[in-house]
Design a protein around this ligand. Sequence first.
Ligand SMILES: Nc1ncnc2c1ncn2[C@@H]1O[C@@H]2COP(=O)(O)O[C@H]2[C@H]1O
Length: 577
Amino acid sequence: MSAPEIPFLAGLDAAAVAAVRARMVPVAVPGGRILFEQGETGNALYTLVSGVVGVSTRDHAGRPTRIARLRPPETFGEMALLSDAPRAATVVALRDSHLLRLTRDAFEAVIAEHPHTLLYFARMLADRLRAIYDGHSVHHAPRIFTILAVTEGPDPAHVARQLAGAFDALLPGATGCLTDWPEGADEAWFQAFEGGHARTIFAAHDIDCPWCRQSQRRGDHVLLLAEPGAPPRPGAAAYLDRVRSDWIRMDVVVRQDPAARRPKPLHPEVASLPAAMRIQLRDGNRGDLHRLARLASGAARGLVLGGGGARGLAHLGVLKALDEVACTPDFVGGTSMGAIIAASLAMGWNVAEIQAQIEAFFATSNPINDYTLPLHALTRGAKVDTGLAARYGGVCIEDLWLPFFCVSSNLTTGSTMVHRSGDLPKALRASIAIPGLLPPVLCDEGVLVDGGMMNNLPADVAAGLERGPVLAVDVGTDRAFQDIPQRGWSGRLVRKLIGSPLAMPGLAPLLLRAATVSSDAQSLMAAAHATAVLKPQLSGIDLRAWSRFRESAELGYRETRAGLATGRLARWLDPVR
Ligand SMILES: Nc1ncnc2c1ncn2[C@@H]1O[C@@H]2COP(=O)(O)O[C@H]2[C@H]1O
């Protein structure tokens, strides 16, 4: 192998480089080995020659955070030497790696002889700091993909070739594809192959064979191919359990019939494999294939729709404007009204269908008016339940066309609950259960109410999936109660009789606003995780103005068109730029 690159020596003459090289000691570390731990005294820095290392920290409670994945020819371990402080992070070899080690004494001698090298470290530290400011410190941008078949049926080699084509159409650089052990290929050969391509896909048919182990060991991101309903192949679950790691992300990719109206579910044992996301792939469907490529590579578009009662109808206009520029989000999530509209998108409905369904559900007849003896809430919630069952009944969150999540607030534990699996109508019902207005949802985890109480704009949840940029639509934080409510003659008469001022908001809007007001600050914080935020001008729209849905939708449409025209959405629309 030719002499490995050592970036911090760039700019030095050949004799100086040779002198430093002579002080660097080669070290081989097996995958899984911790090189050093956060808090230890540091006495050397390292340059990666081959392999990959992971950098992570633990907070005072011991919770780990993944910070970075470093590849050749990056250098690490310099901070402890530069600042004479303990190691700032733990570094683990994510696969068999070769490194060059430079001791503290040798490092100090290099700096003394060639002060110019400090510039490299200053730039590297500035880049790492900037990544933290930009919120990209934890980033999962996989380069090596592994495709394994966990059930009988799908052909990993075929999917690998298709995915390589999709990567090459969407992302810069060429993708290399390996479907079997090339004759005579050794570690150096694989390294050269990976180094020569922007991305590499390994595809293995048999589980736990040498080629499967080699493919899996090298992958940052593993795609598990499955046929709906088919049991796992023998040994698949045990093998995956053995090799799982926080640093390797696994998704299940489900082969679906091109004509399927709804995705078919997985066999329960396949559904319980340790996968982060379930991605549907219809045979021959280019849109699905490109979505898979974007979700796997971290270049997917996430859309998060916030809660806000009738103001949430503005989301319909947002979807229409995005549809006009042929943009379908790759994964969606939301809270309350935003959750319902996001779920409609995940069902695979087109914008006209979503509009018709939401209009029939909310605008034509207000579903939150079946008033009852207020033991648990002002309404029985039966109309909402019926409306949800009619539209989303029998659907499981994992078996939607788009990856979806919604948020509710768990009053038992006092925490946000993110619904990423299970019964869709139940999760939606919890997400919109405005305390006092709709009865809460009881489940094993506790008493669940409207997600808006704790996280009305869960852009942070979407960003945490690390699939790509997130567009958040905020319909909740605009000023409420701006106008005197419009009331019919009976409403005005009742208020006159009891001496209540006309400007006094009604009980239902008060409850609605009270449910979200305390999370306005949280919404702003969460929005900071979004690549772009749309905030339709809704201050004149009452939280229960269901009948003004066309107006709300128009405001959402205008805000999105403005966002498109001014380029505010450019980074979201084209994550690869
Ligand atoms: N944000 C970051 N991105 C990449 N590497 C980092 C980051 N923070 C710390 N490191 C590396 O992790 C190492 C841990 O040991 P040191 O503190 O000696 O030096 C640290 C850096 O080399």
